[in-house]
Write a protein that binds this ligand. Structure first.
Ligand code: ADP
Ligand code: ADP
Length: 226
């Protein structure tokens, strides 16, 4: 069964901008899919509709076989990582990672288990007591990933998660995110405007332009496209 299905999805913002038009896509369980295209083509809007942060104007979104259009973000079994980390400055790394679980009333020992395990996977165990301001950009991005991992979601959404990092770190984190996908065995939907990033990371790539899906294919087929 598809992990996610977008069926003729549209987004019309107040003021008349049609940000996404007739978007149709089925995403398989455990797939790593990349949405790529220039700034303003509707990538973020698409991701935000999947997360439930933006209302769908028309069309249907399914996760598994459940219609999601009117389901609250917190009930979607989805976690999202943003480019600007959005860590809470007054909380430690541990507290940042634990926060979402606390809100969901997860028992303390379960929180502890998940945070410890995520920290191990991301190699940030030694940073758990630090505040975000005492971390490098790469470390902050790892914490942001950690905060998503501990939720153990069915689907990971990543919106340009590496665009604030310098070139060298960006290349390193690409590999790490690839490994993370392999290890977690969940569905990843990854947004970027960077073609190299798209071609190296995705098992399938969705090319968007002006709110429309232009192509959907594997990197190798896109590469060989005339
Ligand atoms: P991308 O992520 O590819 O850069 P976005 O999804 O952010 O593109 O934006 C797609 C289009 O929707 C753009 O024309 C943008 O200006 C417009 N847009 C995005 N957010 C809003 C909003 N809240 N209100 C009105 N228009 C918006
Ligand atoms: P409280 O909700 O009582 O303020 P915290 O949210 O700070 O507690 O911590 C919850 C649990 O996580 C506690 O059992 C604490 O021992 C553990 N914990 C907090 N920080 C760390 C850390 N850096 N490394 C490992 N465990 C931690």
């Amino acid at each position: 069964m598809a992990s996610l299905k977008l069926d003729h999805i549209y987004k019309k913002y107040a003021g008349g901008v049609v940000a996404v038009s007739d978007f149709c896509l089925e995403i398989a369980d455990k797939e790593f899919i990349v949405l790529v295209g220039p700034s303003g083509c509707g990538k973020s809007t698409t991701l935000r509709m999947i997360a439930g942060l933006e209302e769908i104007s028309e069309g249907e979104l399914y996760i598994g076989d459940k219609l999601m259009n009117d389901v609250a973000p917190k009930d979607r079994d989805i976690a999202m990582v943003f480019q600007n980390y959005a860590l809470y400055p007054h909380m430690t790394v541990y507290e940042n990672m634990a926060f979402g679980l606390k809100l969901r009333k997860t028992p303390k020992d379960e929180i502890n288990r998940r945070v410890t395990e995520a920290a191990k996977i991301l190699d940030i165990e030694h940073l758990l007591d630090r505040k975000p301001k005492a971390l490098s950009g790469g470390q902050r991005q790892r914490v942001a990933l950690g905060r998503a991992i501990v939720r153990e979601p069915k689907v990971f959404l990543m919106d340009e998660p590496l665009s604030n990092l310098d070139a060298k770190l960006r290349v390193q984190m690409r590999t790490e995110i690839g490994k993370l996908h392999h290890r977690l065995q969940t569905t990843f939907i990854y947004v970027t405007h960077d073609q190299t990033e798209a071609m190296t990371m995705g098992s399938r790539i969705v090319v968007m332009k002006d709110g429309l899906m232009q192509q959907v294919d594997s990197p190798i087929n896109l590469y060989n496209y005339p």
